[in-house]
Design a protein around this ligand. Structure first.
Ligand SMILES: Nc1ncnc2c1ncn2[C@@H]1O[C@H](COP(=O)(O)OP(=O)(O)OP(=O)(O)O)[C@@H](O)[C@H]1O
Ligand SMILES: [Mg+2]
Length: 461
């Protein structure tokens, strides 16, 4: 029987879902868990390990480990592991391979017929190509690329929405924060405006803030020891550092359900207590900024918070109660979430591949601008404003050289948008506006100059 696979390759965790068309899609269990660490390790024998196999070896070879390989995607070609430079595509392929091995085991060794891969909404062509290449290297079919907030909305909005309703998605993960406003259409969703977010905000930042707070306490107890723990001089301390980080992250996650948490710092043989109140004061500004960004995205879609039919929370860090509290306070909407806000991304992505009715097979995959689209739930961006008309008018009426530059940038906006390069399209739009205003400015200056010259010597003109 044919089957379909979706993979949400996250900064810290990767989740996959499988579907055979019989019954609802399911989260794939890997090594007994429904989420797999995205960690990769280059074994001294040359093998790339990923997930829990890598975690198990990581203690022995901390210098050969990268906990967040997604951060390198589209940023550099290689990442350093134990003194060697490993292609980023290979590191990502190792993560995807681990998923595929487990998924194929459940399906008599067959490969999935279709694949959906999720990605941060603001990724441009470079990182998207890297992710697609990694899937090919892992032996997977051409991927249907689904922005993470869109995937989350597909999971949430199946039942309760009417055609034309708008929803907002607040996706706070391990490494990135994404926002999006979507409009429900008969056949799927339309992203109502350019997505927003912050590529540097997520659970890793919160871990660091908590680590620094606890670090100050530990430094007071024994400064030299803290120096070794925070900047490990050797393998033993690197191991202690990794243990401490795990303890900090676990304590942070516990604080979503409890008012305090205790962690054991083996390097000090000491227990530390941290309260939810202390933790919240460390991250309040970050979270307030994330809600402001959500509001900005809503407004840039031409909506007010009260126009939204729902606000969906997704990503592991959205479990922090203060995040939901601030969304509620500022959008005056009770946000919807699930027990496991992480797996909704993979479950939603697979819906983009799954026919609405079991007797309606999805259309064959086709390639548009390098992105493979398939399935009955189109996710399309409306054309962005491109400022072409003002650019042309300013060329004719004001200044030809600067006007032409404005026209060139304006003409690039929609091409970049349809290639999925939202950031590039926004950049071209910004430049088109700047050059148009430069044309207008120069035109006005020349006209003023001409007027002054004419008034001062009317007979010459
Ligand atoms: N109960 C919880 N309370 C607070 N934070 C949590 C909780 N559970 C998980 N997290 C945090 O969520 C983050 C992982 O979230 P998620 O798996 O959605 O991110 P990701 O997909 O790996 O990253 P990204 O989407 O940014 O690429 C981690 O920082 C983790 O510590
Ligand atoms: Mg994620």
């Amino acid at each position: 029987m044919s089957w379909q696979l979706s993979v949400d390759f996250g900064t810290t965790y990767t989740v996959a879902a499988v579907s055979t068309g019989d019954g609802p899609p399911e989260v794939l269990e890997i090594d007994g868990y429904n989420r797999m660490p995205s960690l990769v390790m280059l074994h001294p024998e040359g093998r790339l390990l990923a997930g829990r196999a890598a975690v198990n070896e990581a203690g022995r070879y901390p210098e050969r480990v990268e906990r967040t390989p997604k951060r390198y995607v589209g940023v550099t070609e290689h990442l350093p592991l134990g003194g060697e430079m490993v292609p980023v595509t290979d590191a990502v392929a190792a993560v995807l391979e681990r998923v595929v091995v487990e998924a194929r085991r459940r399906h008599n060794g067959t490969f999935p017929e279709r694949l959906a891969l999720t990605h941060p909404a603001r990724w441009t062509e470079g990182p998207l190509e890297c992710l697609k290449a990694a899937a090919v290297a892992a032996g997977l079919p051409a991927a249907y690329m689904v922005p993470e907030p869109v995937a989350a909305a597909l999971a949430y909005t199946e039942v309760h929405l009417s055609h034309g309703d708008h929803v907002a998605v607040y996706d706070l993960g391990g490494g990135t924060f994404d926002t999006a406003v979507l409009r429900r259409e008969r056949q799927g969703f339309v992203v109502a405006a350019a997505p927003g977010g912050n590529p540097h905000l997520g659970g890793e930042v919160f871990d660091e803030r908590l680590l620094n707070l606890l670090g100050r306490q530990l430094a007071e107890v024994d400064g030299a020891r803290w120096e070794a723990l925070s900047a490990p001089p050797d393998r033993r301390w690197a191991r202690a550092h990794a243990d401490f980080l795990t303890q900090v992250r676990t304590a942070k996650e516990q604080l979503s359900d409890r008012v305090d948490a205790t962690l054991y710092v083996s390097a000090y043989d000491r227990d530390l207590l941290v309260t939810r109140e202390e933790f919240e004061s460390l991250i309040r500004v970050d979270l307030a900024g994330s809600v402001a960004e959500l509001l900005r995205t809503v407004r840039s879609a031409g909506r007010a918070p009260e126009d939204l039919a729902a606000v969906y929370l997704t990503g592991g860090s959205s479990r922090i109660p203060l995040a939901a509290g601030l969304v509620h306070e500022h959008l005056r909407q009770m946000p919807a979430t699930r027990g496991d806000p992480k797996s909704v991304v993979a479950l939603g992505a697979i819906r983009a591949l799954t026919p609405a009715r079991a007797d309606t097979p999805p259309p064959p995959a086709s390639s548009v601008n390098g992105t493979v689209h398939s399935g009955p739930r189109p996710v399309v961006l409306p054309p962005m404003p491109n400022f072409l008309v003002p650019a042309i008018i300013s060329t004719i009426l004001c200044c030809v050289p600067t006007g032409v530059v404005a026209i060139v940038h304006a003409a690039q906006v929609r091409g970049k948008q349809s290639a999925g390069d939202i950031a590039g399209a926004q950049d071209s739009l910004k430049k088109a506006k700047a050059w148009t205003w430069a044309s207008v400015g120069l035109g006005v200056l020349v006209a003023l100059f001409y007027l002054v010259a004419m008034l001062s010597d009317p007979y010459q003109y």
